[in-house]
Design a protein around this ligand. Sequence first.
Ligand code: MRU
Length: 317
Amino acid sequence: MLSVEFIENQRKILDQTKLPFKERYLALNSAEEVSEAIKSMAVRGAPAIGIAAGYALALSDNPEKDYVTLLSSRPTAVDLKNALDFVAKGKTIEERKKLASLWQAGVSEACASIAENGASLLEKHNNVLTHCNTGAVATGVEYGTALGIIKKLKESGKDIFVYVGETRPRMQGAITSWELNKLKIPNSVIVDSAAGYFIYSGKVDAVMLGADRIAANGDFANKIGTYSLAVLAKENSIPFYVAAPLSSFDFSIDSGDKIKLEMRGEKEIIGDAYAGSTSALNPAFDITPARYVTRFITEKGIFSPEGVGSIGKIHRS
Ligand code: MRU
């Protein structure tokens, strides 16, 4: 089963807050419930939240109001807005349901093409470091983005080893490792601060990860820690790849400083580990300037940062 499913008029999502220990599906009955699931990260990952929101809007009796509720769930991933705008074109529930499943089918095709395109680029790399979770769970379709490429490489018989950034504080690395183990792809989780050690000692051939919003100049937002990895990759002369579907591009903004980055609550960091008066700051994403990206891997092909503008033109034509 996919992490976001629409079965017999029910929106079902795999509760990612319970992974990797429990595979529990939640049936969500209203736009408010879907919005809460996005906020709490029961459904997370840019393409997956877009699909979930699309189905929520499809079944709505009050689409104008629910559009606003759903859009305000989380601010950074543009897939949310892109999916909602697509589904909102439907005037009736039936029309919107068709559009929502068309959107999911489009993400599915895009991720399969990203896997094909990226596999040829990654052919020469055996040891890849990734961050956050970009697998099928995060996309709501069969292939992930960055992890979809790794799955494709494995399917073509390549030996590949993955360094999995733990991704404090929400530990999306645990989901990544769980997905890789299911696919029988060798991997080890590392604490986020160990990335420099492994990259500097020459053990990592490439860094590859996903994106939540890519501006027209190629600056992009992704999980907190991405910028540090980009700087490490450049400093150590290894490639830094970003795999994302066109639904994660925002051609309406010219640069990354226009991207709103989500700040989450301090409890995610402090938990039970700190004494009462400790405060914490918890940015969920950061911006990586385009100049750090070796290549963007999309369903339309592979692009340098300077080429992102031309993706925008393909997209509009
Ligand atoms: O806060 P999250 O877990 O929703 O953040 C997700 C990411 O940063 C992913 O890297 C991104 O959405 C790409 S998922 C294919």
